[in-house]
Design a protein around this ligand. Sequence first.
Ligand SMILES: CCCCCCCC(=O)SCCNC(=O)CCNC(=O)[C@H](O)C(C)(C)COP(=O)(O)OP(=O)(O)OC[C@H]1O[C@@H](n2cnc3c(N)ncnc32)[C@H](O)[C@@H]1OP(=O)(O)O
Length: 215
Amino acid sequence: MQVMTEHTERDGDYEHHGGFPVYAADPDNGGPHFGRLVEALRTVQDLAVSTAPPPEVIAQAAEQAEALAALLAPYTAPEGHYPAGRSVGLPGRGSLLMLPWTVEKFDRTGVRSTGVFRRYHMGGNGAAHGGVLPLLFDDLFGMITHAAGRPISRTGYLHVNYRKITPLETPLVVEGRVDRVDGRKTFVSARLTEPDGTLLADAEALMIVLLPGQP
Ligand SMILES: CCCCCCCC(=O)SCCNC(=O)CCNC(=O)[C@H](O)C(C)(C)COP(=O)(O)OP(=O)(O)OC[C@H]1O[C@@H](n2cnc3c(N)ncnc32)[C@H](O)[C@@H]1OP(=O)(O)O
């Protein structure tokens, strides 16, 4: 699945829409160790929000986290020039901000992605935080718009209906499509379900094609 290299059949002006920098998928997914690093950092995120170590262990962890930050800091790169967000072969495209989900379908008829919400994504009483569902849907809607061949667009609005508590560590499916196009406006919708089809949440959004130069 190549989200960012799917440029077939787009209008010739595609690359010039909006003020977006041109992104290209990282063909190596960040190299042999990047996926491992991202997964280790995700595990640290899970543990950082769910452990209660004694002060001496917290001090040790803080030192190691500071050492890791110091190791990486000299390699800060401009937007679009690091593997995070461009490693389409990794869950969440290798971005810690994105949910660690895997795209299973990506074409003009829609996009489907599967994955789990982890401990890091917990809100209250064992369920996923309400704020991570819009993140999941917004990223999906960006992919749907892209897969449908629409020019670079931004979300105008995003409406989520929370139908049922969203469980953690449970395989889930999110799938959506373009419902309607009206000039610059692309109306999209999606559903988050359990594998048996039980509806957890649905969402609809308006994606608006950027004018030349719009950020
Ligand atoms: C491949 C890469 C995919 C990237 C996906 C990224 C997904 C994101 O999360 S983007 C981040 C979140 N979104 C944003 O930050 C957007 C912030 N907003 C903006 O930048 C601007 O409002 C922008 C560019 C979307 C639209 O501004 P502008 O060009 O002035 O459009 P504007 O003329 O107001 O609206 C265009 C049309 O949309 C309609 N519209 C705009 N906003 C809304 C809204 N909230 N509700 C209903 N209709 C709306 C307008 O009524 C108008 O309709 P019509 O053409 O029928 O008159």
